[in-house]
Design a protein around this ligand. Structure first.
Ligand SMILES: CC(C)(COP(=O)(O)OP(=O)(O)OC[C@H]1O[C@@H](n2cnc3c(N)ncnc32)[C@H](O)[C@@H]1OP(=O)(O)O)[C@@H](O)C(=O)NCCC(=O)NCCS
Length: 150
């Protein structure tokens, strides 16, 4: 599993990343959020918005057999938008990408890594050593601010 390559995303990946995130929201996050909340998050990950993220953030993808199966971003000392396609969850890909961002942040001199966890992801992050610092309510539903010393 850990031989799976992780590479920086390019703007050409925007459509594939958008499709991956929107499908994962519909399948995996729908258990924890209302239709309206999921619909709101959908609008944050249209192909155009993903392309803008790729220009602004350090976005990475993991590929299996040429298909993008997971993605994550880094900006301003924070991990952003970690998504693993539903069929490939619980295989270690999420852990692989969190570790990739932790290494990326350390190389940039960061002493800690923050993130905003979905209700779907909070136990996953706790298992990786992140602790909850606050709960937030948005139009897109509840999230937890979490942090880990690097
Ligand atoms: C959360 C997510 C990124 C985890 O990715 P993943 O590749 O399935 O995670 P891993 O296989 O590395 O899991 C490592 C461990 O974390 C824990 N874990 C993973 N998903 C979990 C879940 N849904 N609930 C509770 N614990 C979970 C388990 O202990 C797991 O180990 P195990 O499979 O041996 O029991 C993935 O489920 C996902 O994309 N979810 C939907 C999008 C989302 O909510 N992302 C987070 C937004 S910030």
């Amino acid at each position: 599993m850990f031989a799976i390559p992780v590479r920086p995303a390019t703007e050409d990946d925007a459509d594939a990343i958008s499709a991956l995130i929107q499908r994962t929201l519909r399948v995996s996050n729908a258990a924890d959020y209302s239709v309206a909340e999921i619909g709101h998050v959908f609008t944050l990950f249209t192909p155009g918005r993903v392309e803008a993220r790729i220009r602004r953030q350090d976005v990475f993808v993991a590929e299996i057999d040429g298909e993008i199966v997971a993605t994550v971003g880094y900006e301003g000392g924070q991990l952003w938008a970690l998504f693993v396609v539903p069929e490939r969850q619980r295989l270690g890909l999420g852990t692989l990408l969190v570790q990739h961002i932790e290494d990326h942040a350390r190389r940039r001199g960061a002493r800690e890594l923050g993130l905003s966890a979905s209700l779907t992801g909070v136990e996953f992050y706790e298992r990786l050593g992140y602790r909850r610092t606050a709960q937030r309510m948005h139009a897109s539903g509840a999230t937890y601010d979490m942090v880990k010393a690097l």
